[in-house]
Ligand binder design. Structure first.
Ligand SMILES: C[S@@+](CC[C@H](N)C(=O)[O-])C[C@H]1O[C@@H](n2cnc3c(N)ncnc32)[C@H](O)[C@@H]1O
Length: 339
């Protein structure tokens, strides 16, 4: 629904409510591997149910339900086929969005979102109370969900990185340190383009351990060192490019300054910090940044920011804003160098 005001208000509100059902239904189909079962052609719900070991009538209801939001298309003979949207939920396609919808609809996000009101009242994240721990510890303890979250980040990167690489040049990069780089989809895309560059993938231990498949499939594994650590302690030294994609939005201003101060201390003198984030500016058409910002409110201490707000964080860390590059995607590149 592009413009809710095109619908009568009660219908628009009902549409919003059904969005919650639709997202959970699509996530359930993704988790059950239904798009994978349709990869080689249309099948009936009974055939899919037999393949995944689930109740045939309920699988039919699920497939009929997600067909209404464009994931499947009904065909003669009671079969369902994948649409392009459904194709993106297969596990074996480049830039798969399967893990994104699984991770965002799973308890690690779902439970905190049930307490959004608490966050709005207190200004504090709901995740620690809802999960009994912060989300990173939760992902460490719930490895399957944590793996889907890391793969979800690859899906998010796939959505944006071609637009970033078209708009912003990494041409002279020698060592690209991907700070909080998850499974490395972004640094891999940079290295695929810059054949002479090397990469360092830096993240929490269990995350970098899970990065093998991404680095190998993209053909850059031999050029990437994987380093486990905590960016509040330090980051790997000697890089000339420090990528921070969707890192600073997770954290409060003070926490961002600590991370950026560690990056400044580690980087080569002529190095640059390349922040990739959705910018929030209050002007222009509605941006996904405003809803992503609520995700930050409920999950973590962070927020989406304007370019000026990033500039103020850089200044507190001994850096200066050296460029803002919009892209043909929801993210922009905000660059910083030593002040
Ligand atoms: C929102 S994800 C962004 C991932 C990736 N940069 C991307 O955009 O696809 C944040 C990342 O920060 C990592 N992270 C969280 N706390 C960290 C810490 N203290 N030290 C290092 N990495 C951390 C998480 O494991 C996660 O991979």
């Amino acid at each position: 629904m592009n413009d809710p005001n095109q619908l009568p208000p009660p219908a628009a509100i009902f549409h919003l409510v059904s969005g919650m059902w639709a997202a959970q239904a699509v996530a359930t189909a993704a988790r059950l591997g239904i798009p994978d079962r349709l990869a080689h052609g249309p099948r009936t719900a009974a055939e899919v149910a037999a393949a995944i070991g689930a109740d045939a009538s309920s699988v039919h209801r699920l497939m009929r339900g997600i067909a209404t939001v464009g994931v499947l298309t009904p065909e003669p003979g009671g079969r369902f086929a994948l649409t392009p949207l459904g194709e993106s939920l297969r596990s074996d396609v480049p830039g798969s969005m399967r893990s994104l919808i699984i991770a965002e609809m799973a308890p690690g996000h779902w439970l905190p979102w049930g307490h959004l009101e608490d966050s709005v009242r207190t200004g504090k994240p709901a995740a620690p109370a809802a999960l009994g721990m912060d989300v990173w510890e939760y992902y460490e303890k719930n490895a399957d969900e944590g793996f889907h979250f890391a793969e979800a980040m690859s899906g998010m990167s796939a959505m944006a990185m071609q637009a970033v690489l078209a708009a912003y040049s990494f041409q002279d990069a020698r060592t690209v340190v991907d700070v909080g780089g998850s499974h490395g989809a972004f640094v891999a895309a940079v290295l695929q383009r810059e054949a002479g560059a090397r990469g360092v993938l830096f993240d929490r231990a269990e995350v970098v351990e899970g990065a093998s498949a991404t680095l190998e499939h993209t053909g850059v594994a031999s050029r990437v060192d994987r380093v486990a650590g905590d960016f509040f302690q330090s980051v790997p030294a000697g890089g000339d490019v420090y990528l921070l994609k969707h890192i600073l939005h997770d954290w409060s201003d003070d926490e961002c300054v600590r991370i950026l101060t560690n990056v400044r201390a580690a980087m080569a003198p002529e190095g640059r910090v390349v922040v990739v984030e959705m910018l929030i500016d209050g002007a222009g058409p509605p941006s996904p940044a405003a809803l992503l910002d609520l995700n930050m409110l409920v999950m973590l201490t962070g927020r989406e920011r304007t370019a000026e707000e990033f500039g103020a964080l850089f200044a507190k860390a001994g850096l200066r804003l050296s460029g803002v590059t919009p892209t043909h995607s929801p993210v922009a590149v905000v660059e910083a160098r030593r002040a």
